[in-house]
Design a protein around this ligand. Structure first.
Ligand code: GDG
Length: 469
């Protein structure tokens, strides 16, 4: 196939790993926004003459590809209408709630779907242009589920992988989607489709059998054109070593002590850190904590809850409503139960540098992670990685993907408020030996299965897929 492309490995993700920043006189520049995905893929990208395709945020058009800190970045522009219909609409108000067990009601609008198709075509065209003959393209997440098929039509010579970061729902829920068949066929353009958990892969395979009618055998799907697609689970992780090193640094230790002092040196600190999202169960956990203080089980002079909620998807209505709900709940608990200088909940609706996150993890006695549904939940793993002192306790929802690996957490059903209250108290009252036994086992799991292990496993399995066509 004639192509002017030159990258041997192409990552296609909704967002680029950089944000637009403007200095005082309005001159634009790029600011790196490194997450776990970027740090895992960076070495692979560098070693493979790789490129990263994504939306840079905003509505700027005519942006050329550029190299930032040795990474080749290729911006895909979105218009204001596309941000509304493709991103806020179909991605975040249709797929996100549908894939998270209908924690909120998904909306189905034909014009949102139309925008989803157009934007997926644009990403596929960009990948087709930059990929070298026979290159590997790895497509990320729920915003781009049509890209594998669209790209295969343009470039049958490529090896295509897809990874879904969020849960893949049970068949009954997915079947509500008016465009269910198109999404399944879109994904089947890949040679390898990765999910967080085995259950998500099984849901997908069952749906393909039921709705598309292809023959399946465990994780293998046979297509009429002779291709064989594999669906499997690859639980994502974090840069465990990087987090531990950060946690061990003197500045982070100092900051951790400083935060505890600012809180009034309480005996016990509970901590929650989440994007402000209705899937994360923030309201339920604060309610459980508030009841424990109200009924006298916990004493607000000795115990505090620190909740960081990072601003997220602020233009989507359900997120605005959630923010108001949490503001009200925190206001009520602090108003009813707080004393001068002693609010039971310290609530911050803001984002923080990585060092501050590590300091928060270091200073917290009990980390509380209670999503109603979560693909994995990296916060739980980050907390564990930072506890090199073999102390600390994790209360974790059964419905987070991480619960499959972090078995020694205090596992809870977040819908059961009394159950959450008991788990908070069990973690609060646990003997040091018990805490050490549990955190040590979890730390072993997280350090042996880090994000580069995740990326390597996926990419080597993709490389092992038989050549198609
Ligand atoms: C999706 C899936 C899956 C948060 N606030 C700040 C900040 N963060 C960082 C955390 C963590 C990441 O953001 C959040 O990751 P999670 O996994 O907890 O949740 P989602 O954002 O919903 O991620 C999830 C993940 O994709 C990966 O596949 O695990 O299930 O929903 O790394 O540390 N980082 C900084 N400041 C903040 O204020 N620097």
């Amino acid at each position: 196939m004639a192509t002017n492309g030159s990258a041997d490995l192409v990552i296609v993700a909704n967002r680029l790993p950089v944000d637009r920043a403007y200095d005082d006189d309005g001159t634009p520049s790029w600011r790196r926004s490194p997450g776990g995905l970027v740090s895992a893929l960076e070495p692979v990208l560098r070693n493979n003459d790789g490129a990263w395709i994504g939306w840079p945020g905003g509505t700027e058009t005519g942006l050329e590809s550029f190299t930032e800190d040795g990474l080749r970045l290729i911006p895909v522009a979105l218009s204001e209408d596309e941000i509304e219909n493709f991103y806020e609409g179909f991605s975040n108000a249709t797929l996100w709630p549908l894939y998270h067990d209908l924690v909120a009601k998904p909306e189905f609008h034909r014009e949102w779907w139309d925008a989803y198709v157009v934007v997926n075509q644009r990403f596929a065209a960009a990948a087709a242009e930059v990929a070298a003959e026979g290159a590997t393209v790895w497509v990320q997440d729920y915003q781009l589920q049509l890209v594998p098929q669209l790209l295969r039509e343009l470039r049958p010579d490529l090896r295509i992988g897809f990874y879904l970061h969020i849960p893949f729902p049970p068949t009954e829920l997915f079947s509500q989607l008016p465009w269910r068949r198109q999404i399944l066929e879109g994904l089947l353009g890949a040679d390898l489709i990765g999910f967080q958990l085995a259950g998500g892969a099984a849901n997908f395979v069952r749906l393909v059998r039921q709705r598309v009618g292809h023959r399946t055998n465990r994780g293998l799907i046979d297509l009429p054109d002779g291709r064989r697609v594999r669906a499997s689970n690859f639980p994502i992780s974090i840069d465990s070593k990087g987090f531990e090193e950060l946690a061990r640094s003197e500045s982070v230790e100092l900051r951790a002590a400083e935060i505890r002092a600012a809180l009034g040196n309480p005996e016990r600190v509970f901590l929650g850190i989440d994007r402000l999202d209705y899937t994360k169960g923030i309201h339920a956990r604060l309610r459980a904590f508030g009841e424990l203080v109200a009924d006298g089980t916990l004493d607000a002079r000795r115990t505090v809850f620190v909740q960081v909620a990072t601003p997220s998807r602020e233009r989507v209505e359900q997120y605005r409503l959630l923010r108001d709900e949490i503001d009200r709940l925190v206001g009520r608990i602090n108003g009813d139960l707080g004393r001068i200088g002693r609010p039971p909940i310290h609530y911050m609706h803001s984002s923080h540098p990585r060092e501050e996150m590590a300091a928060l993890y270091r200073m917290a006695d009990i980390m509380v992670v209670t999503p109603f549904r979560d693909g994995m939940n990296l916060v739980a793993k980050e907390y564990v990685a930072c506890r090199y002192d073999d102390d600390g306790a994790l209360v974790l929802s059964e419905f987070a993907g991480a619960a499959q690996e972090l078995r020694q957490a205090w596992l809870v059903n977040p819908y059961d408020i009394n159950g959450v209250k008991s788990a908070l108290m069990l973690a609060h009252d646990a003997e040091p030996r018990e805490r050490t036994r549990r955190i040590r086992a979890m730390r072993k799991q997280v350090s042996e299965h880090d994000v580069s292990h995740w990326a390597q496993t996926f990419l080597s399995e993709l490389a092992d897929r038989p050549r198609q066509g």
